[in-house]
Design a protein around this ligand. Structure first.
Ligand code: FAD
Ligand code: NAD
Length: 466
């Protein structure tokens, strides 16, 4: 029986990064992945293909309207097959890249479904459910990720009612796309198909888009997306959907006024993701799940079973690729006897819409709830020269700092390249920086990063350009 120091189940950003880092640290490591391609949700049907589509659709949209403001008059036509093929090529290149990294680092790959025979032996099952290998491991890391969550009474057929995976490859823009859920996927995929020509209506259970974000960000985001033509029905409870013979879909929902119905050509269900534990044989290994079906782990990623650990989307915490990756690195370092560590209070979130949205640390509401006294710095992109040159002035930076120590507690950005700007703020928070540290750091002119600096200046009561 092949024997390893570490067997990792799942080759998403959590599992494949953990495998590479284990190998770098001299551990003998195997990775079991059920999909023929490596990279998990993120590379195959998540972060990467969605960002490729967001970029292409944004260019198409800008060419159709905003270019004229620059004095460039063009009439773009959409070649959707080429647009989708570009996305597929990026996915192919990156997933093959992980294959290359496995080979380079000496990670042994097993294709098939990992299944606990007991707490030390893992079976690899082929597509017919037959055992192709049994691996023995001193330690096992479960990194099986998550899948699209479904709704009762909305059976997905993959054609009229579907999840994010199908929404990445629609053969044509639906005339009317109904999206259930105004979270990150709803807004990103809604932006893509709206820019490519669909009428998009988003039905959301809560009373605003992006329920986890800071209130000012939510308000501004809603205004910006409405201006772009996205329609929102907030505070609604979706009941069911039926597909007609003609292929249209009627979604019935409940709002303040009572029972309602809306008809569209396709429905994207984007109401979250559920952890992948089915078929893993957790019961054979003595692994306990929490109330939400996630594998229960302690601060060291240890499950209830000895020498079995879990990381990424399958455990508590935000379902984000960089969180999974950081846990993968920390996990490997712990297994090699080093002090692996993840700082959960400094994990940035980014929504890749236009305007882009990014935040790190605490929201204003969270600080109020905790009774923390804070100062607030604010600066709009509309007062920044580079944003004007880019013709992209929607949004602002909001910085929250401790009123007593000036230490930065949270930063919330909506505006151009917010996802890049938030990196400086995450670093600042890791270093325990104050708003004055940012305000006194020279930022190049003219750059969007000056908006961050001006927000820091504003927190100290000495903003310069408004
Ligand atoms: P996954 O990436 O889900 O990988 C788990 C792997 O385990 C899969 O390859 C699966 O096939 C395999 N597996 C499962 N069970 C078994 C088994 N029994 N045996 C063998 N293999 C198994 N996050 C971001 O940070 N930024 C983004 O921009 C972003 N965009 C997204 C867009 C979309 C449309 C979606 C759906 C998600 C997006 N995410 C994004 C979330 C991100 O993809 C996940 O947080 C991340 O992939 C989680 O990594 P993971 O390694 O825990 O799990
Ligand atoms: P989400 O949790 O971000 O949003 C789901 C939304 O659906 C919420 O606003 C929720 O209130 C709403 N909802 C739930 N049930 C509903 C119902 N019955 N009717 C109407 N609305 C309902 O989930 P998601 O958008 O599906 O994304 C899944 C995960 O993938 C997220 O955890 C996210 O972190 C990750 N993701 C990240 C990125 C990124 O980092 N850019 C992009 C895509 C996905």
């Amino acid at each position: 029986m092949p024997s390893f120091d570490v067997v990792i189940i799942g080759a998403g950003p959590g599992g494949y990064v953990c495998a590479i880092r284990c190998a770098q640290l001299g551990l003998k490591v195997a990775c079991i992945e059920r999909s023929p391609t490596l990279g998990g949700t993120c590379l195959n049907v998540g972060c990467i293909p969605s960002k490729a589509l967001l970029e292409s659709s944004e260019l198409y949209h800008r060419a159709g309207g905003e270019f004229a403001k620059h004095g460039i008059v063009v009439k773009p036509t959409l070649d959707l097959p080429t647009l989708l093929a570009r996305k597929d090529k990026i996915v192919h290149t990156l997933t093959r890249g992980v294959d290359g990294l496995f080979k380079k680092n000496g990670v042994e790959r097993f294709e098939g479904r990992g299944h606990f025979k007991n707490s030390r032996e893992i079976e690899v099952l082929d597509s017919n459910g037959r055992v192709s290998h049994v691996l023995e491991a001193s330690s096992v890391v479960v990194a099986t990720g998550s899948s699209v969550a479904t709704l009762r009474n909305l059976p997905m057929d993959g054609k009229h009612i579907f999840g994010s995976t199908e929404a990445l490859s629609l053969a044509e823009p639906p005339n009317h796309l109904i999206i259930i859920g105004a979270g990150i996927i709803g807004l990103e995929m809604g932006s893509v198909w709206s820019r490519l020509g669909s009428k998009v209506t988003v039905l959301e259970f809560m009373d605003s888009v992006l329920p986890g974000a800071d209130l000012d960000i939510r308000k501004q985001a809603q205004r910006s997306f409405r201006k772009q033509g996205l329609r929102f029905k907030l505070g609604v409870k979706v009941q069911s959907a039926t597909v007609s013979e003609a292929g249209t879909v009627a979604v019935s929902y409940h709002d303040k006024k009572g029972e309602q119905s809306i008809e569209g050509d396709a429905v994207l269900v984007a109401v979250g993701r559920r952890p992948n534990t089915a078929g893993l044989g957790v019961e054979n290994a003595g692994i306990t799940l929490d109330g939400r079906g996630r594998i229960e782990v302690d601060d060291e990623f240890a499950t209830s079973a000895p020498n079995i650990y879990a990381i990424g989307d399958v455990v508590r915490g935000p379902m984000l690729a960089h969180k999974a990756e950081d846990e993968g690195v920390a996990m490997a370092e712990k297994l090699a006897g080093l002090p692996g560590h993840v700082n959960y209070s400094v994990i940035p979130s980014v929504v890749y819409t236009n305007p882009e949205i990014a935040w790190v640390g605490q929201t204003e509401d969270q600080l109020k709830e905790q009774g923390v006294k804070y100062t607030r710095g604010w600066f709009p992109f509309a007062a920044n020269g580079r944003a004007k040159a880019l013709e992209n002035t929607d949004g602002f930076v909001k910085l929250l700092a401790d009123a007593r120590t000036d230490r930065i507690l949270g930063v919330h950005i909506i505006g151009p390249v917010a996802g890049e700007l938030i990196g400086e703020m995450a670093l600042a928070m890791e270093f325990g920086a104050s708003s004055e540290d940012i305000a006194r750091t020279c930022h190049a002119h003219p750059t969007l990063s000056e908006v961050v600096r001006e927000a820091a200046l504003d927190a100290g009561g000495r903003v310069l350009h408004i």
